[in-house]
Design a protein around this ligand. Structure first.
Ligand code: G1P
Ligand code: ZN
Length: 547
């Protein structure tokens, strides 16, 4: 009989609650008791008085397949058994995309789940690992819970585990671990079924049969098996539609972030007159997406707006949307669609967790972020393949090219010309100083180039459902014509600080919609750099990444 052991440990400085759980190098996670301390802090926080809440409950567990995933799963399974869970549902091979985890947590009404991922960050022995707890509603834990986990991690003095052999993760079925049941399940099936309930699979199948060609870049990360099953097997896309479809522990030495820089295989495949009609990519854990047409890039902000405008073409949304939510730095393109549809447009701080209350309360159906995140109320995470299927549904229904659909959208609504400039790895003190400097500016009424400042502030948000207040969520400088520049420091980086500058201008004139955003926004880009004194304060003359 496996014995429960209580092991003495010392507190660790886990991580201040952020947007993404605990994210560190593998070498940090592999230190004795490090992962164990965090997991016990989670169990103590959600378990209530002497862990009583956990008794009889089910937990979902899985990850994006990166290096250390299987080791961490064995550790967590033994700790879950020792802490009194009745059952843990683990994706076969330890695989579970973030949106699929959210789907399974909701479908089987479990006591939340643990997701192992460092999202779009590289994997391997010298790279990143991560862990987060998602609540029973399926979404990331809200601040009250992450604060409690953090506080617990600072005082923790022991954890519970089971002395037992490792569990077979590769064969479907149920097996015992001490007094707990481990159910190894198919990580794709429930998720694929949910997608089939939302989108017109027969129309998409007909489009593929009729010659629609696409490429999906899984970037050697978790969406490979999902995309192969859904796109190639269920929807009949040509074999080879899914590129880099085998999850690898180091993502094939890649950086599994679906953007124009890192998804270069895909960008190349979609370039030229013989390129496929449609291209898409997803990140390490399957929650981000990038959408491309032939020689055409769709910004995430425009993607959300276009999908919202065409939502009723998808069976799951045929009755229309209740509202559209976007993060503050995301362009206002979705707001224009909401206005036309006569539904609310919500503006939340950066981070998917802020959408949860709006989705739960039925105030929003679609939501999205400029950082390649799009999703709906079907789960409580952003969902890469969901966005891809939504686009396929729209393409199948409208029988137009991606470029034609987006340019027609701009003609109808005007274009919110948009770009994000990232300055990565800058000195943290310089970054803080730059933000303090911006916070101190009073710009109302000032003329900057051709623009007059309407107001500037540090974005604060009161959740319309639970009343919670979040302050200091990004500096906005908004001009009288609605143009704006926004400044934030990244909360997810691992080295130094990353300054993000978001630049947006509304262009109603269709004859100018074809212009490169870097050209169309040049004057605002200069205004933003000057205002923030970027060169003087960081030594940088150009951003490291432009999206
Ligand atoms: C970034 C994105 C943000 C997203 C988060 C988690 O956070 O900007 O929209 O929610 O990753 O995927 P940041 O590094 O900007 O804090
Ligand atoms: Zn991700």
């Amino acid at each position: 009989m496996a014995a429960v052991k209580t092991i003495a440990t010392t507190p660790f400085s886990g991580q201040k609650p952020g947007t993404s759980g605990l994210r560190k190098k593998v070498k940090v996670f592999a230190q004795p008791n490090y992962l164990e301390n965090f997991v016990q802090a989670v169990f103590d926080s959600i378990g209530g008085e002497s862990g009583g809440q956990i008794a009889g409950k089910t937990l979902v567990l899985g990850g994006d397949g990166r290096y250390h995933n299987r080791t961490a799963i064995q550790t967590i399974l033994k700790m879950a058994a020792a802490n009194g869970f009745a059952r843990v549902m683990v994706g076969r091979g330890g695989i579970l995309s973030t949106p699929a985890a959210s789907c399974v947590i909701r479908k089987y009404k479990t006591f939340g789940g643990i997701i192992l991922s460092a999202s779009h960050n590289p994997g391997g022995p010298d790279e990143d690992f991560g862990i987060k707890y998602n609540i029973p509603a399926g979404g990331p834990a809200p601040e009250a819970i992450t604060e409690a986990i953090y506080a617990r991690s600072l005082v923790i003095d022991s954890y519970k585990t089971l002395e037992a052999a490792d569990v077979d993760l590769d064969t479907l079925g149920t097996r015992a671990l001490g007094g707990m049941e481990v159910q190894v399940f198919d990580p794709v099936a429930d998720y694929a079924e949910l997608m089939e309930s939302l989108f017109d699979f027969s129309a998409i199948r007909a489009a593929f049969a009729g010659g629609l060609r696409m490429k999906f870049d899984a970037m050697h990360a978790v969406t490979g098996p999902y995309a192969t099953e859904i796109l190639e097997r269920r929807l009949g896309a040509a074999a080879g539609t899914v590129m880099n479809g085998t999850p690898l522990e180091d993502f094939g030495h890649g950086h599994p972030d679906p953007n124009l820089v890192h998804a270069h295989d895909l960008v190349e495949a979609l370039t030229g007159k013989d390129a496929p009609d449609f291209g898409a990519a997803s990140d390490g854990d399957g929650d981000r997406n990038m959408i491309l047409g032939r020689d055409f890039y769709v910004t995430p902000s425009d993607s959300l707006a276009v999908l919202a405008a065409n939502a009723t073409l998808c069976p799951g949304y045929a009755k229309g949307l209740k509202g559209i939510a976007r993060s503050m730095p995301t362009s206002a393109a979705p707001d224009r669609v909401a206005a036309k549809l006569g539904i609310p447009a919500w503006e939340t701080p950066t981070g998917w967790k802020f959408f949860g209350t709006l989705l739960d309360a039925g105030k929003a159906t679609f939501c999205g972020e400029e950082s390649f995140g799009t999703g709906s109320d079907h789960v409580r995470e952003k969902d890469g393949l969901w966005a891809v299927l939504a686009w396929l549904n729209v393409l199948a229904a409208r029988r137009q090219s991606v470029a034609d659909i987006v340019t027609a959208h701009w003609t109808e609504y005007g274009r919110n010309v948009y770009s994000r400039h990232d300055y990565e790895g800058i000195d943290s003190a310089a970054a803080e100083g730059l933000m303090e400097h911006l916070r101190g500016l009073s710009l109302k009424g000032r003329k900057l180039g051709a623009y007059t400042v309407a107001f500037n502030d540090d974005f604060a948000y009161t959740d319309p459902v639970d009343g919670s207040v979040s302050k200091k969520q990004g500096i906005r400088v908004v001009f009288e014509d609605g143009s704006r520049v926004v400044f934030r420091l990244s909360g997810t980086g691992t080295e130094g600080a990353t300054l993000r500058v978001y630049i947006e201008r509304y262009e109603p004139d269709a004859s100018k919609h074809h212009l490169d955003p870097q050209v169309a926004l040049a004057d605002l880009i200069k205004i933003a750099r000057d205002l923030a004194e970027i060169k003087a304060r960081t030594g940088r003359t150009e951003p490291t990444v432009i999206t």
